[in-house]
Design a binder for this molecule. Structure first.
Ligand code: COA
Ligand code: ZN
Length: 316
């Protein structure tokens, strides 16, 4: 850490219902998705990415997007987001009254073609059409840059390319930007450098960091980003998640591990860790397998255990 002041408040943005569920081996029944999102609304997270309005052929697990988006209980103060790949998805998400749309393209042309079936130019053309459609609705537009820290097909992505894409996003009418490390290739130095560059070039532009923990660097990357001036992070309950169109993709950083680290560091997030841990511990029964999140298993650092009975009792 370079000793810069950490932000006084960090926004924790929950993506388990979208990034988490999109790659699960089985479809989580719609009623269970709604119950999970409603429970997450009570934890104090700032945003919840609820679903994706994408092709059900591409992501069968989220084929119930319209039902979920309409059925959840909207807690005031929480921003409810849907991922959209194109104008059709955007229109459906607007019709469902989402607070924010998350538009996605990849820094890597190869991943953009695999994930969205579009060239970068086609993606940006779509963004401009979505911005036009969203005008006057009050719905905000976030743009995610997938593979911003590296692509499983193309490898490293130059920083200048990512910065130029942010410029393109803003020119297309988007309000905020997410830098996504789709397959956990980012390292802390790289993160510090890119976040610093974004801050210098784009000032106070709302910037989210979206890290996957594929190579165990997730929370180290959060710390590097915090230190470089970032204050918004996506995370997924239990550490579920991954892009179905990126080889080797695994879960996001776990929300409860992130909040635990922030709590221990004295950085406020407004999230109730006890509630989050209860939800994380209920996940294996819901999804049918173990989770990668660690604090749900180990307990908080402050959860102390009774001392063992003395193994060497004094001789009578
Ligand atoms: N919602 C639902 N269905 C949609 C849709 C949307 N937003 N956009 C297109 N479709 C349907 C089309 O009607 C078509 O249906 P059909 O096969 O029954 O005829 C099918 O999806 C394919 O559409 P097409 O326009 O031919 O494009 P494509 O096959 O190249 O797919 C996307 C393009 C963008 C729709 C698709 O790649 C996609 O949904 N990607 C999302 C990937 C994702 O969510 N990744 C993880 C998150 S980053
Ligand atoms: Zn992701």
């Amino acid at each position: 850490m370079n000793g810069a002041a950490l932000p006084s408040r960090v926004h924790v943005q929950e993506v388990v219902a979208r990034d988490g569920l999109q790659i699960e081996p089985r479809f989580l029944p719609t009623a269970e998705k709604i119950a999970l999102i409603d429970a997450l609304s009570e934890t104090g997270v700032s945003k919840i990415e609820v679903t994706s309005f994408v092709s059900p052929r591409a992501v069968p697990n989220l084929a119930d997007a319209g039902i979920v988006a309409r059925a959840i209980a909207r807690r005031p103060g929480v921003t409810y987001v849907a991922l959209v790949p194109n104008l059709r998805g955007a229109q459906e998400a607007l019709d469902a009254g989402m607070d924010e749309l998350n538009l996605v393209m990849s820094a890597s042309e190869t991943h953009n073609l695999a994930n969205m079936g579009m060239t970068p130019a086609q993606s940006l053309e779509g963004f401009r059409a979505i911005a036009e459609a969203a005008k006057g609705t009050g719905t905000t537009l976030n743009g995610s840059i997938a593979t911003a820290f590296g692509c499983p097909f193309e490898g490293a992505q130059p920083e200048a390319k990512v910065l130029a894409l942010i410029e393109d996003y803003l020119e297309s009418g988007l309000d905020s930007v997410t830098l996504a490390d789709t397959t956990g290739m980012a390292n802390p130095r790289q993160v510090a450098h890119l976040v610093g560059a974004v801050r210098r070039q784009f000032g106070t532009l709302p910037l989210t960091l979206h890290f996957h923990n594929t190579r165990g660097m997730g929370l180290a990357n959060v710390l590097a980003a915090l230190d470089a001036g970032a204050d918004r992070f996506d995370a997924s309950l239990g550490g579920l998640g991954g892009c179905p169109f990126a080889p080797g993709a695994t879960g996001n950083i776990s929300t409860e591990d992130l909040v635990h680290m922030l709590d221990e560091m004295g950085v406020a997030s407004g999230v109730d860790l006890a509630r989050l841990l209860a939800l994380a511990r209920a996940l294996p029964a819901l999804i049918g397998h173990d989770i990668s999140g660690q604090v749900a298993k180990a307990g908080r650092s402050t959860d102390l255990h009774p001392a063992p009975a003395n193994r060497h009792p004094a001789a009578p």
